[in-house]
Design a protein around this ligand. Structure first.
Ligand code: NAD
Length: 353
């Protein structure tokens, strides 16, 4: 099955490179700006075409949709309408309704929807998954996940969108943390949370817009409490309001020990475990697998899953559950209550590759 790439921006090179590494053919690339498609097309020896031409190409079976978040929904619907499977960058869509429409259209046309992140398929988080499944820390009782920083306006050339609806730290970075947690612990049944805009305005520190102000329109400090269906209670903080901290990325606390998991925006380690009867943390070697940036494993698994007639791992259902979770934390804060989630998903099958 050939791939067509729509969206030829900053993140696209790693996908072009990894698809070549995986032996997958990219038949065409497109962008709303033809010059962007032509630039990447020339770099990776792929024909640059318009979006309409790409969608009309019968040799393309899967569209990799790596446009900006605001376009994820529309481009995916266009791709599905054209009879293509689709794999989106995160988040799946901006709204639950748009994501539901996407999944319903795919089901009605017997097509697949996949979604980033696929970092949970890396050797790091797969080793954590094996340890939990084998009972290395006993029954997972609690978990913490922290993505704390002071936002991207100090280095990103075009940082306004991070502070508008559909972004903020939760929708931008939350998918890595939540997908990792759902892969490790299964689906979530109930959430609550608090979210605030700590600073009404941000000042861009990077060129070319240095000194310009950004009006903040979405919460930048978002705290969630997640009750997993199997009983674990997790605390998640995503923030663009923190200058420095000493908190871990993800830790899982079990009845017989604790597990320190890697940065879920990476494919490798490190991993440490501390058993109940040990005084120190011990390093855990990674299982064989992908440790370098292997973005593209998710679409590769989707293509193989179609051929094998099995479920793919970085699925639309998983991404929908994560999107629902992120909205629910914000809704809970606004409404001052716990929210029982309507969505759920299966834990993706263990990945050995
Ligand atoms: N940059 C990163 O480090 C990074 C990492 C992981 C995930 N992502 C995700 O990948 C996606 C793309 O990020 P990016 O950094 O490459 O952004 P970008 O702005 O550099 O590139 C996006 C490209 O999509 C094109 N585009 C926008 N709307 C379109 C439409 N309707 N049809 C066709 N093309 C359209 C834009 O012209 C642009 O070239 C985002 O969802 C982002 O969250 C980015």
């Amino acid at each position: 099955m050939n791939i067509g790439i729509i969206g030829c921006g900053n993140i696209s090179p790693i996908y072009f490179k990894n698809f070549a590494r995986f032996g997958l053919k990219v038949a065409a690339c497109a962008d709303v700006f033809m010059s962007a498609a032509e630039k990447r097309g020339a770099e990776y020896n792929v024909p640059a075409v318009t979006v309409d031409q790409l969608l009309a190409d019968p040799s393309i079976g899967l569209v990799l949709n790596i446009t900006v978040p605001a376009a994820h929904g529309d481009v995916a619907l266009q791709a599905l309408s054209a009879g293509k499977h689709v794999y989106n960058e995160k988040p799946l869509a901006l709204t639950r309704d748009q994501a539901k429409q996407m999944l319903a259209l795919a089901t009605s046309k017997n097509l697949r929807v996949g979604c980033a992140p696929d970092t949970f398929l890396g050797a790091g988080l797969q080793t954590c998954r094996r340890l939990i499944d084998e009972g290395a820390i006993g029954r997972p009782v609690a978990a913490t996940a922290f993505m704390l920083g002071h936002g991207p306006e100090g280095w990103h050339p075009n940082p306004e969108f991070f502070y508008k609806i559909g972004a903020g730290p939760m929708f931008d970075m939350g998918p890595y943390y939540l997908t990792a947690l759902v892969n490790l612990l299964g689906p979530v049944k109930r959430v609550t949370g608090s979210a605030q805009i700590s600073f009404a305005e941000r000042t861009i520190g990077s060129e070319p817009k240095k000194g310009q102000k950004i009006v903040v329109e979405t919460p930048t400090h978002v705290v969630g409490v997640l009750d997993f269906a199997q009983g674990t209670v997790a605390t998640l903080i995503t923030s663009f309001d923190i200058w420095g901290h000493n908190l871990p990325r993800i830790e899982i606390y079990g009845s017989e020990g604790s597990l320190s998991c890697p940065d879920p925006n990476t494919f490798g380690g490190p991993i440490q475990i501390r058993k109940w009867n040990e005084k120190n943390w011990e390093d855990v070697p990674l299982d064989p697998g992908h440790i370098v940036d292997s973005r593209g494993l998710g679409p590769r698994d989707l293509i193989q899953a179609v051929a094998d007639n099995r479920a793919h791992r970085a699925s639309g259902a998983l991404a929908y559950h994560v999107l629902d979770l992120m909205h629910a934390v914000h809704d809970a804060s606004r409404e001052g209550r716990h929210i029982t989630l309507e969505s759920t998903c299966d834990r993706p099958a263990k990945f050995t590759d």
